[in-house]
Write a protein that binds this ligand. Structure first.
Ligand code: 13P
Length: 281
């Protein structure tokens, strides 16, 4: 079993679901994520920040995922989340990532297009897919806060030009969700989503900031054409909640394994709940 790219997963799941893209925060949670997908016989996108990839090590991360894919027989894409460093994206692809996101959203559109196109050429020559971004999704990325006021909705004309000129496989759009929103729910601009999905056929729309979206809005996003949904903070937050409970009562002789197991189980539950939520009825 090989890892797949986004294009392959989008084609195989057309009309069935949006594919859950879950941020891997540490190696410990990896088996639980894949077991969740396996139990539902659903595909999964595992994504990392560059920071996490460097923390775990590209080689260890890729070989662990390949081993688990072999063991569990699940459709998996390994994707690099938001990255502005083109050399790092090339390294990811060379190491076995099957998909990358080049985030040039803070650049002028023409520069974003030029850089994204370069990444697309490199990725496609290596059978990997590319996600780009137009507009600015607010919230915290890797601890760096982009305030909600600084979020800029994706302009449909810019997005159309971007997709046509870069040849990306997927595009992250800003429609009102923010990264790291776990205390309140996002207000989504569904009118904009409808416009984007009718203008951008043949490219996968990506919803970032999946944590702060109500179930009802999430179903509507998927029904309106979202193909990939990112969930990060909910996993991080829940892992911390569980280990806070177990570590607070641990002694030096308590096995670490027992302290981490409840957190890993919670990750599996979240992956399953979200994967079911992203299914088209
Ligand atoms: P959340 O952390 O808000 O779920 O967003 C994840 C994300 O969009 C990663 O790019």
């Amino acid at each position: 079993m090989m890892l797949q790219n986004l294009k392959q997963l989008f084609e195989d799941n057309e009309g069935k679901r949006a594919i859950g893209a879950f941020n891997v925060h540490c190696l410990e949670m990896l088996p639980a994520m894949l077991e969740g997908a396996k139990d539902l016989e659903a595909p999964i996108i595992l994504q990392t920040s560059l920071g996490t990839a460097e923390y775990i090590g590209f080689d260890l991360l890729v070989s662990s995922i390949e081993t688990l894919v072999e063991r569990l027989d699940v459709d998996v894409c390994l994707h690099m989340d938001h990255c502005k460093d083109i050399e790092a994206l090339k390294k990811a692809i060379d190491s076995g990532y099957t998909s990358v996101m080049y985030d040039g959203s803070s650049l002028p559109l023409d520069e974003n297009i030029k850089n994204t196109k370069f990444v697309v050429e490199y990725a496609h020559a290596n059978d990997a897919s590319v996600e780009g971004e137009v507009g600015t999704i607010g919230g915290a990325e890797e601890g760096v806060v982009v305030s909600e006021e600084d979020a800029i909705y994706t302009d449909p004309a810019d997005a159309y030009k971007f997709v046509r000129e870069t040849g990306v496989d997927a595009i992250a759009v800003a429609i009102g969700t923010t990264h790291g929103q776990y205390k309140s729910k996002a207000k989504i601009n569904f009118e904009l989503l409808e416009k984007l999905s009718s203008n951008l056929k043949g490219v996968g729309l990506v919803l970032h900031g999946g944590t702060g979206v109500s179930d009802e809005d999430m179903r509507r996003c998927v029904a309106n054409g979202m193909k990939k949904v990112n969930v990060g903070t909910e996993l991080n937050k829940s892992y911390i909640e569980e280990v806070n409970k177990t570590f607070s009562t641990a002694t030096p002789l308590t096995s670490l394994r027992k302290l981490l197991l409840p957190a890993n189980n919670r990750i599996k539950d979240i992956v399953m709940e979200k994967t079911e939520l992203f299914q088209l009825k």
